[in-house]
Design a protein around this ligand. Structure first.
Ligand SMILES: *Cc1c(COP(=O)(O)O)cnc(C)c1O
Length: 375
């Protein structure tokens, strides 16, 4: 009897929106009827909701996660001649923004277990030009922020959390305090790209901070550096969040905890069935992983990638080329071999479907396809 093959997408936005479709369409209509399309009450309402969720004093809605990072650097006055330390195993925007403000990205290798910046390697890369450290909470697992903050404090550096993949992620520190992504460093940068755990229906982002002085500066930067219209205290940009995005995000935020819970359940299912075949994601004790991605490792990655593609089982390589080896950063003078853990990760990682709405049959199909490959 021929097998009926289940195909599984990497992400299913139709399934995600089905249960909330009416609520989403209703708020879109509200925004349309109000004709307040940019900033305004919907954005203010979302910012208050998001600040409470992220356990921060200030949340500022902006145009994208990339712009959040760019604005954070601008607000700190980081530019020409300055260096910012970050990891090379991340999405391009992390380092792209450092370059865009005229500063130099200085890469530090990752911890191979969490894929996040290895704090033991940071101090050796600090110079008199270093202004900030930008840890990335990759795939939904926070970086070792206690260690990063201690180094930053000792050397008088800013810390910018790239929390684009980590809204709702947290860890418990040595004092027993729960620390949420975006609440630990000077600022946290979030993305509402549709594939993130909290995604909009277009581009959007957010900056969080506990510092009211930085918050004031960021609010001005978002609107061409002007508090009062047409009077510019600094050079900013158009980094504003649309009311429609904010309204939709306000509908979705109350469902986020349930989304995380379902992703964690899917992750546990994969862990149980795949641990003997591949290296499963590592979650540090005391850390809450929100599984923006479920990223496994195997030396047979390329063959597994092709195998799953052939069977229409969603999978993707995040990320295939570390940033120190990108053509646009050739002038920085890095070479293959400089960051062995990042380079090895780039050859071995594969992300498989983890979205909340995956059903049992789909999860089984993913597991069966991977098992069949290893047999
Ligand atoms: C998604 C992402 C960004 C950029 O966010 P956009 O909203 O797409 O601009 C930055 N850094 C990381 C790690 C990301 O995953």
């Amino acid at each position: 009897m021929p097998l009926i093959q289940t195909t599984v997408p990497l992400l299913d936005l139709t399934a995600q929106y089905e249960p909330i479709k009416d609520d989403v369409l209703a708020v879109i209509k509200e925004v349309f009827d109000s004709k307040v399309f940019i900033l305004g009450p919907k954005v203010t309402q979302f910012e208050a909701q998001a600040a409470a969720y992220c356990h921060v004093n200030h949340a500022i809605g902006v145009s994208s996660g990339t712009d959040a990072i760019l604005m954070a650097l601008m607000a700190m006055g980081i530019g020409q001649g300055d260096e910012v330390i970050t990891a090379p195993f991340t999405f391009f925007a992390t380092a792209g923004c450092i370059s865009r403000v005229g500063a130099t990205p200085v890469f530090v290798d990752i911890d191979p277990h969490t894929f996040n910046i290895d704090p033991h390697l940071i101090e050796a890369s600090i110079t008199p030009r270093t202004k900030a450290i930008m840890p990335v909470h990759l795939f939904g697992h926070m970086a070792d922020m206690d260690a990063v903050m201690a180094i930053a404090k000792k050397h008088g550096l800013y810390v910018i959390e790239d929390a684009s993949q980590a809204i709702g992620s947290h860890y418990t520190n040595s004092k027993g305090e729960v620390k949420w992504a975006g609440s630990v460093g000077d600022v946290g940068c979030f993305s509402f790209f549709p594939s993130k755990n909290l995604g909009g229906i277009g581009d959007g982002g957010m900056i969080t901070t506990q510092n009211s002085h930085l918050a004031d500066t960021l609010i001005k930067l978002r609107n061409h550096g002007a508090q009062e219209r047409y009077f510019h205290e600094m050079v900013g940009g158009n980094f504003r969040l649309d009311a429609i995005q904010a309204a939709v995000l306000s509908v979705k935020l109350p469902t986020l905890e349930e989304q995380h819970r379902l992703r964690q359940k899917n992750g546990a299912y994969y862990n149980e069935h795949l641990h003997s075949l591949v290296t499963i994601p590592f979650v540090k004790p005391g850390f809450r992983m929100i599984y923006n991605q479920y990223t496994l490792r195997t030396p047979k990655r390329d063959a597994l990638h092709a195998w799953l593609d052939q069977r229409q089982i969603g999978n993707a390589i995040y990320y295939p080329l570390p940033l120190h080896l990108q053509k646009c950063f050739a002038h920085l003078g890095y070479e293959a071999g400089d960051f062995p853990e990042s380079e090895k990760a780039a050859l071995e990682v594969l992300s498989i479907p983890i979205y909340s709405e995956l059903n049992t049959e789909q999860k089984q199909a993913v597991v069966e396809a991977i098992k069949a490959f290893f047999n």
